[in-house]
Structures are given as C-alpha cells and as structure tokens.
Design a protein around this ligand. Structure first.
Ligand code: 3HC
Length: 332
C-alpha cells in the first residue's frame, strides 16, 4: 500500500540501520523540530519522517500533474483567445509545481522514475478532486475559485513545513495558486453577472464542485491517520478540519457576493463560534473515489500512461544528448 514503506528493495538493504529507529535520534530530532529548526536533506532524520514526507510530497506532485487533465479538456474550447492563453499558462504552472515537488521528494532518496511508476501503476494516490469531470466552461472558473482556493488554503501553512526543500518549493507554488484562484473567481463572476443561462451554468458547477472541494482537505480529524504525528513533526501546521473550516469561512461570502447558493441546506453562520456551520460531508463518496477512482480515475491514469509512452522518445533523446555532452567534456 502507498502508506507503507515506499523504498525499493535495494534502498531498504542499503539504508543505514542507525538512521531507522534509534530512540536517541528520535529525541534529538524532536527537540530540533520543537526549536523550530528547518530540516535539510542531509540531516539525520527518523526513517518514518522521511517516508511520510515522500508519501505526502509525491502524492502532492501527482495531484499537480493529474490536475492538468480536467483543465486540459477545455484548452481547445476556451471561449476567447485571451481565456485560452490564461488557461494554457495556468496548466503550465501546474506542470511546474509537479516538477518542483518531484525534485523536493527526490532529495529524500526516492527517484522520480519510481514515483511516476507508482502513479502509472495505480498504486499511488492523488487528490480525489481530479477524478471529477469538467463538462462545462463554468467548471474551469469553479476549479480556479474552489479547487485552487482550497489548495492555497491547505498549502500556505506548508511554506512553514519543517522540511526545508518542501517548504521552499511551496512558496512559489502558493503565489501561483493564489493567482489561479483569482482568475477562476473572475471567470465565475463574469458568468454569474451574465445572462440567466450563464448564471445557471455557474450555479450548476458550484453544485457539483462544492462537496468534492471540501474533501480536498482530507478525512475529518477523527479519521485522519497521519495528522497527529505530522503535526508533532510540523509537517502539518493545522488539522484537516481546521483548514476546511478556514476555506468555508472565506468562500461562503464570495458565493454570496456573486448571488450563488452554496449547495448545503445546513450551512449557517454560528455567531458564538464566529464561523459557519456546515452539513455532513459524504465520506462514503470520498473513500469510494480514493478506492475506485470515481468517474474519471481510469481515464486519468490512461491519459498519464499514454503521455509517458508518447514522451519516451523525448526522454531517450535528452538522455543520449546528455551522455554525448559528458563524453565530449571528458575528452576535451
Ligand atoms: N484525495 C486522495 N487521498 C486523500 C485525500 C484526498 N483529498 N485526503 C487524504 N487522502 C489520503 C491520505 O493520503 C492518506 O492516505 P495514505 O495513508 O494511504 O497515504 C489517507 O487519505 C488518510 O488521510 P490523512 O489525513 O491521514 O493524510 P495526511 O495527513 O497526509 O493529510 C492532506 C492529507 C491534507 C491531503 C495532506 O497530505 C496534504 O496537505 N498534502 C499536501 C497538499 C496536497 O497534496 N494537495 C493535493 C491537491 S494539489 C492541488 O490541489 C493542485 C492545485 O493545482 C489545485
């Protein structure tokens, strides 16, 4: 399973046993974390810390890469040239995020090839949100507004993650995600202020993406297996439910401003808490999408496999070129 040991047999054999579960190392390491130290790639770290980071960062990288697909669906059908250019730039940003994140995970000793192989074999997880379809142009707006909005809410605290390479990668990612959120909100604003049919398109998209967006924050705190250890290690700074609540509180007024309704009959302002109460999330749907890939899971993996196969000659050519350059330099 993805959550268990991610190393190849060779990596397991060559791992330094002292780095594995030495109690003294754990204590020293925890003191560094408690002091607010940033952990770097060559520092001693408990094996579990390393593995949990590889798990989270690679899952995050896969999400960025697979996340290009629902939007790619609209590149040829964007309503204007300007919208098309913005969409292309956004999709390229997501590819860049995937690459920073794979690089950050590689500093922990797992190769990008192995991580990608896990994605292509269906072994690795990526965010459930990207297994929902994008049948209308309004979905491109909603993805920016809600999906990138949820992503940025979740990821800003990761800029202070205890692992340096991940935290540093997140700074630029968050700046770009924040721009993506605004461009999405602008698309939805234009639709919501347009004709009745355009407003209906925006509302329908909000209806379909609201609950899956809340699921992006992960299971409720009581069902989250990794939260408590990851918060102790300052990989996570806030729990899944805390960040989900932050997103709800920021997003409900944005929907109200547009005259759109959040599809939750139980959503109401709680004066005492100074926050919105929301209805129960359908966790059966969340776990089912993780397990079976939901509506689009099979298509997403098929598309990634085709991209890997079609791009094989480019990788081979780049490799051959690098080898040629190396030989030239050696001879010179
Ligand atoms: N989709 C798929 N799997 C999910 C999930 C989701 N929305 N939420 C949780 N899970 C999985 C976890 O990976 C874990 O599975 P595992 O043990 O088999 O690996 C299991 O459900 C239990 O969840 P936990 O709460 O215990 O897991 P975490 O402590 O890792 O918290 C998380 C989950 C909040 C997603 C955390 O991993 C995180 O903050 N990750 C970094 C951000 C990220 O990956 N975001 C994905 C979206 S990227 C994106 O949005 C791109 C942008 O362009 C829109």
């Amino acid at each position: 399973m993805y959550s268990t040991d991610l190393r190849t047999d060779q990596e397991k054999k060559s791992a330094d046993p002292q780095v594995l579960d030495d109690a003294k190392l754990w204590d020293t390491f925890q003191s560094r974390i408690d002091n607010g130290d940033v952990i770097e790639a060559k520092d001693d770290m408990p094996e579990k810390y390393r593995q949990t980071l590889i798990r989270q960062i690679s899952q995050h990288a896969h999400s960025e890469i697979v996340g290009q697909l629902p939007e790619g669906n609209w590149v040829t059908r964007a309503p204007t040239l300007k919208r098309k250019l913005i969409l292309l730039a956004k999709i390229q940003d997501e590819a860049g995020h995937g690459l920073y994140l794979y690089s950050a995970a590689e500093t922990l000793g797992r190769s990008r090839d192995d991580m990608v192989a896990d994605l292509l074999s269906g072994k690795a997880k990526y965010s459930t949100i990207f297994n929902y379809p994008t049948p209308t142009w309004a979905d491109i707006g909603t993805i920016g507004w809600l999906v990138d909005g949820a992503a940025v809410t979740n990821q800003i605290p990761l800029c202070r993650c205890s692992y340096g390479p991940y935290a540093r990668a997140m700074v630029r990612v968050c700046k770009e995600e924040s721009f993506h959120q605004r461009q999405g909100y602008e698309i939805v604003t234009v639709l919501a202020q347009g004709t009745l049919a355009q407003k209906a398109l925006a509302q329908d998209s909000l209806n379909r993406f609201w609950w899956p967006s809340l699921m992006m924050f992960g299971p409720s705190d009581s069902a989250s297996t990794h939260s408590s250890q990851n918060m102790k290690w300052k990989i996570k700074r806030h729990s899944n439910d805390e960040l989900r609540q932050r997103f709800v509180d920021a997003t409900v007024p944005q929907a109200e401003f547009l005259g759109l309704s959040i599809p939750d009959a139980d959503m109401r302002w709680n004066e005492e808490r100074g926050s919105y109460d929301h209805g129960e999330i359908n966790w059966d749907e969340f776990w089912a999408v993780i397990k079976d890939g939901g509506i689009c899971g099979k298509d997403r993996i098929r598309a990634r496999r085709a991209a890997a196969k079609d791009g094989q000659w480019v990788r081979a050519a780049a490799h051959a070129y690098a080898q040629k350059q190396e030989t030239k330099e050696r001879v010179a």
